[in-house]
Design a binder for this molecule. Structure first.
Ligand SMILES: NC(=O)c1ccc[n+]([C@@H]2O[C@H](COP(=O)([O-])OP(=O)(O)OC[C@H]3O[C@@H](n4cnc5c(N)ncnc54)[C@H](OP(=O)(O)O)[C@@H]3O)[C@@H](O)[C@H]2O)c1
Length: 342
């Protein structure tokens, strides 16, 4: 059996780094890691910005085992200090701007170069045994030539040429994630660094961040009736072929599973649920009759075109704890606490 990457049984004394720690997924990951006993080096762009870091400092165990570091994806060597002495690194940060003025320089280049920047710091550290890079289903599912019921596994890649030529809405984000994941895997191979990628679908659930995550707003647009996000989730199905969902807690558990599982290698899709806008709307209107969920959608296919599969992750021993009922019940409760649903 390969060497254990980090000590998953007793994490005391094991230090890991989380990049982009103030964000939705990363802050939940920090919470889970502290709960497990890890010491966490969390990178943020501005540790002095109380509004952006208070939710991290308030996590139980933070006073003893959380240390904040300033780091910026576009600055060479910026991650050296945070990664030094760490056993594992979760690279979660990415530039997120769905309507950038300059897609190449605002999103695509910083995602690729930022990822390489983090990986170079890992090599320099000489202590990092594995890096788990957070990719996205946007790197596997966008392909014009996909057939009905197309099975999507880790051998699939999004068609970057199609995106760069046709420029559908938000095209630069999937391009940035695809090229950054490819660069990470290639760097790992060439430099002998153990790089594993995780490929989550739309992440939904509660959040400890001060602002409400855009992915949760997207998933709840059926209940809030927000026309802008409703349009966006339809666009997601039209471009990607499905609406696929995962609970934030499951996606964080899968990150930790991939860090702790010695035999993990390469890409891992993290997707328990594939559906479509019309099917999801019908389900939500039955489950939450108190909200006025629209159920007539003529402008998107009734069923998902693709089936994004987590077979590899599940066969390596990971189990999802949250189904569609829990994903939405938790997100609805969260929206109520934020005053966004009654
Ligand atoms: N949410 C989803 O549905 C979903 C699905 C699949 C994959 N993902 C992936 O999961 C990861 C986290 O997504 P999220 O939804 O949690 O997003 P998020 O809340 O916007 O978090 C992104 C993080 O990246 C940081 N960041 C952005 N630009 C940076 C830069 N130039 N230098 C350093 N840090 C920078 C942000 O810092 P600030 O707080 O300072 O802005 C933030 O902490 C991303 O890699 C994303 O592609 C998300």
């Amino acid at each position: 059996m390969a060497e254990t990457i980090v000590n998953g049984q007793d994490c005391k004394g094991t230090t890991v780094c989380v990049t982009g720690a103030s964000g939705f997924m990363a802050s939940w990951l920090v919470k889970r890691l502290l709960q497990k006993g890890y010491t966490v080096h969390a990178t943020v762009r501005d540790p002095e910005n109380e509004a952006k870091v208070r939710h991290l400092l308030d996590i139980s165990g933070a006073a003893e085992r959380l240390k904040l570091f300033r780091a910026e994806l576009s600055e060479d060597g910026s991650y050296d200090a945070a990664v030094a002495g760490c056993h594992g690194v979760f690279h979660v940060a990415t530039p997120i701007d769905f309507e950038p003025k300059d897609p190449e320089n605002d999103v695509i280049k910083p995602a690729i170069n930022g990822t390489l920047n983090v990986l170079k710091s890992c090599t320099k550290s000489k202590t990092v045994k594995r890096v788990v890079v957070t990719s996205s289903a946007a790197t596997v599912s966008i392909n014009e030539s996909a057939e009905q019921n197309q099975y999507i596994d880790e051998s699939c890649w999004t068609d970057v040429d199609f995106l760069q030529t046709k420029k559908p809405p938000t095209w630069s984000y999937p391009v940035s994630k695809t090229l950054a994941e490819q660069a990470a895997l290639q760097y790992g191979k060439e430099q002998g660094l153990d790089v594993v990628t995780i490929i989550p679908v739309l992440v939904v659930g509660p959040s400890i961040t001060p602002s409400v995550p855009s992915s949760v707003q997207l998933a709840l647009s059926f209940l809030t009736g927000n026309p802008h996000t409703l349009q966006a989730i339809k666009g997601m199905q039209l471009v990607s072929g499905s609406v696929s969902l995962v609970h934030v807690d499951d996606v964080c558990s899968a990150h930790i599973f991939l860090m702790e599982n010695p035999s993990a290698e390469g890409r891992h899709i993290c997707c328990p649920i594939n559906t479509s806008v019309p099917q999801l709307a019908k389900y939500l209107s039955k489950r939450y009759p108190q909200y006025n969920v629209p159920t007539q959608f003529e402008d998107v296919p009734q069923t998902a075109k693709v089936n994004i599969s987590s077979k590899k992750l599940v066969e390596s021993g990971f189990s999802f704890k949250f189904g569609i009922d829990e994903i939405y019940d938790d997100a609805v409760e969260y929206f109520k606490t934020k005053g966004l649903l009654n």
